[in-house]
Design a protein around this ligand. Structure first.
Ligand SMILES: *[C@@H]1O[C@H](CO)[C@@H](O)[C@H](O)[C@H]1NC(C)=O
Ligand SMILES: *[C@@H]1O[C@H](CO)[C@@H](O)[C@H](O)[C@H]1NC(C)=O
Ligand SMILES: *[C@@H]1O[C@H](CO)[C@@H](O)[C@H](O)[C@H]1NC(C)=O
Ligand SMILES: *[C@@H]1O[C@H](CO)[C@@H](O)[C@H](O)[C@H]1NC(C)=O
Ligand SMILES: *[C@@H]1O[C@H](CO)[C@@H](O)[C@H](O)[C@H]1NC(C)=O
Ligand SMILES: *[C@@H]1O[C@H](CO)[C@@H](O)[C@H](O)[C@H]1NC(C)=O
Ligand SMILES: [Ca+2]
Ligand SMILES: [Ca+2]
Length: 643
């Protein structure tokens, strides 16, 4: 893996992270599959195919990541391990040493059912019903609570030239509204190893995927074809389909292949799936997928980084998206959803790694409060919901921003989301909206608020790429500490944030607390962390269904975005306690604090520009001397999100 100097992501750091996360993935299933990862040499495509067929596999596919790695897949990809393949694998293993079996595990599509099982006859020209694009109060919604897409359109942005890939269980590219925007070359079916990611037609709505559409004609067969949100937000966006969810099990190879599919063509990957949202799973990406994500952000898009958009989860208040290693990854932009009156949908998960929100339905019986999308056979559905709908909406907004400025890096996109997302009229009945140490307003459920397409393209247009990123291990406590109900554990790490060293982090982006802890009931654990500037992040909330008493968390990287922009120097406090009916006990064995961010002020160029025009100051050096004050003042005024 080569580190891109543009982002300053160091190889050693990535490896450390990989190692950390690797130790963590707690395989619940562990069934082996008929898929093999085989290491040969770089140009071994023919040899690989030959070997594969000789040993009873259908074929071998060269993986786009790693060196000389091949995926040997069986004739029938739908089965778990068969006897025949066991013997062929054993023969293969005798001749070649670098063969890795692929374990099958469970990944679930996000999307809520059973809300209102109503077929709606959408015969109107339904533009007025796209409340999440322009909310005028339709369907009992709150006027003005929308993605502010109209402003981006007025400025002339349609997402032209940006390619979005939907990683799901298929894409109906024959749908009349999709056909013209479908990018067949950038599409693939990893569920059945062919170039046609067409969904399987079943009677089960759930198996009909996130069908996305992107023509600029709103109506089809007289019904509105909104969506996959993207299509209305970005008429110009070519869509690629990556089918990868529709097999009885998931493997690391399938995930990694999907995430690293054509990273020089695809700009934005949208994922609405993850570990089971049952409120008791703790799981995340495995070795190859982590590697693929790291490669994506470092090398994708010519080194500017692939943009990974992730649905934060559908587990509701029983789950915590920080227990989902995909959503809580620094490399993904995790998106939650709000309904059309600003409340949270009932299935929404909260956690400190969520960056921003879009819209979905999930509470109201008014069918028009849903998010519509094209359905199979050219039909429409209004039943699309869950954070499943929220991620593609965000992908659409990011496409508009990328059209406004194709030079944006994966980190620029996160900075822009933080700075331009709005509290708007979102309300969280449980967690207050708070301001962090540099004045940025955030919420535990909605992150930095609702994405604002207009605000984003305007800021994106003249955006200067943020400075190099550094990583600092701020401190680590590795003694064992007991935790008991009614007697919470409080630990502190005082840090200089690597000041005086090359990797000094002065302005935070992501912060990770790598924690090893066990408990007589894992679900009753809760963990908070407070930054030196006084911002408290809830790293883990109670999960009443999680009754694990063995595994706990093993070097699990809890992530927070809430201290964005802050100065990390000073004392960080970790509080670990139990909430629940029964008394519990546990042992914390490690807390390692990892800081990620920049040495120089991230918005200095923006701020200089601001001052140049306003105060006619011409010398950047002069400004840099009073950097800290300038940043604090300007952040508060320039980026103030008081609506
Ligand atoms: C659906 O709307 C169309 C157009 O208005 C109408 O002709 C048709 O009868 C409606 N179908 C149902 C089932 O309501
Ligand atoms: C989707 O289809 C598969 C295969 O037919 C089936 O096993 C699965 O239960 C379906 N998914 C849901 C959520 O019903
Ligand atoms: C949309 O489709 C309708 C019906 O097929 C057609 O009359 C109209 O011209 C189309 N509009 C655009 C902008 O393509
Ligand atoms: C599509 O809609 C038509 C008209 O309502 C209906 O007859 C048909 O069964 C629908 N097809 C599917 C696959 O839902
Ligand atoms: C937690 O770990 C400690 C020390 O390794 C061990 O003594 C204890 O039994 C464990 N507790 C649980 C609930 O697993
Ligand atoms: C963490 O913060 C939440 C919300 O303020 C609070 O309810 C909880 O008691 C705190 N837990 C600990 C261990 O401090
Ligand atoms: Ca196929
Ligand atoms: Ca979850």
């Amino acid at each position: 893996m080569r580190a891109s100097p543009r982002h300053g992501t160091t190889v050693g750091f990535m490896l450390l992270l990989n190692a950390l996360l690797l130790l963590d993935t707690q395989a619940a299933e562990g069934a082996l599959t008929d898929h093999l990862l085989v290491q040969l040499h770089e140009d071994a495509q023919d040899e690989a195919h030959q070997l594969a067929t000789q040993h009873g596999f259908q074929s071998a596919r060269k993986l786009p990541f790693g060196e000389g790695l091949f995926h040997f897949y069986p004739q029938d990809t739908s089965k778990r391990r068969s006897k025949r393949s066991t013997s062929s694998r054993q023969r293969l293993q005798k001749d070649y040493r670098n063969i890795f079996e692929q374990e099958g595990f469970s990944r679930q599509k996000r999307g809520y059912r059973n809300i209102n099982d109503i077929e709606v006859n959408m015969s109107d020209p339904l533009f007025t019903k796209q409340w999440y694009l322009i909310n005028t109060g339709q369907a009992d919604g709150t006027p003005g609570l929308d993605l502010n897409v109209a402003e981006a359109w007025q400025l002339g942005y349609t997402g032209k030239g940006v390619t979005i890939a939907i990683m799901d269980d298929g894409i109906d590219y024959l749908h009349p509204d999709l056909a013209s925007n479908y990018n067949a070359d950038a599409s693939y079916d990893f569920s059945s190893n062919d170039p046609f990611p067409f969904p399987r037609y079943t009677d089960d709505w759930f198996n009909r995927t996130t069908l996305c559409s992107s023509s600029n004609n709103n109506t089809i067969n007289g019904c509105l074809n909104f969506l996959c949100q993207i299509h209305m937000e970005c008429a110009g966006v070519p869509m690629s389909g990556i089918r990868m969810l529709d097999q009885p099990f998931m493997t690391d190879i399938i995930e990694a292949s999907s995430i690293s599919h054509m990273p020089q063509v695809i700009d934005i990957y949208s994922a609405s799936w993850g570990p089971t949202d049952d409120g008791k799973t703790v799981d995340g990406p495995r070795e190859l997928t982590l590697q693929a994500m790291a490669d994506g952000v470092n090398k994708g898009r010519g080194g500017k980084g692939s943009i990974y958009v992730w649905a934060s989860g559908d587990g509701g208040s029983y789950d915590d998206c920080n227990c989902d290693g995909y959503a809580s990854s620094m490399w993904t932009i995790s998106i939650n959803s709000a309904i059309n009156d600003g409340r949270t949908a009932l299935y929404d998960e909260s956690c400190s790694s969520t960056l921003a929100s879009t819209f979905s339905n999930g509470r109201k019986r008014n069918p028009e409060a849903g998010v519509a999308t094209t359905d199979l056979y050219g039909n429409c559905t209004l039943r699309h919901s869950g954070t499943s709908a929220a991620a593609p909406e965000a992908a659409g907004v990011f496409a508009l921003a990328l059209e406004a400025n194709p030079d944006l890096t994966w980190r620029d996109m996160q900075h822009l989301s933080v700075l331009t997302s709005k509290r708007n009229q979102l309300h969280d009945e449980v967690h207050q909206w708070r301001r962090n140490g540099v004045g940025l307003e955030f919420n535990h459920l909605f992150g930095y608020g609702v994405l604002d397409a207009g605000g984003m393209v305007k800021m994106a247009k003249d955006w200067k790429t943020v400075p190099e990123r550094f990583h600092c291990v701020a401190g680590s406590i590795q003694e064992t500490h007991k935790i008991q109900s009614g007697n919470k554990l409080v630990l502190a790490i005082t840090t200089e944030a690597c000041q005086g060293k090359d990797n000094f982090v002065r302005y935070l982006e992501h912060v990770q607390a790598v924690v090893t802890v066990n408990a007589s009931r894992r679900g009753d654990l809760n963990i908070n962390m407070t930054s030196p500037m006084g911002t408290k992040s809830i790293l883990l909330s109670r999960r009443p269904r999680d009754d694990d008493s063995k595994v706990g968390f093993d070097k699990w990287p809890f992530m927070t975005t809430h201290t964005w922009g802050e100065d990390p120097r000073g004392t960080w406090v970790l509080e670990v306690g139990f909430h629940g009916e029964e008394p519990q006990r546990g042992v914390l064995k490690e807390w390692t604090l990892m800081l990620h961010g920049t040495q120089s002020a991230p918005y200095i160029d923006q701020i200089v520009r601001d001052y140049q025009s306003k105060l006619a100051m011409s010398k950047k050096e002069e400004l840099e001397e009073e950097l800290d004050e300038a940043i604090d003042r300007s952040l508060k005024s320039l980026m103030s999100k008081n609506n």
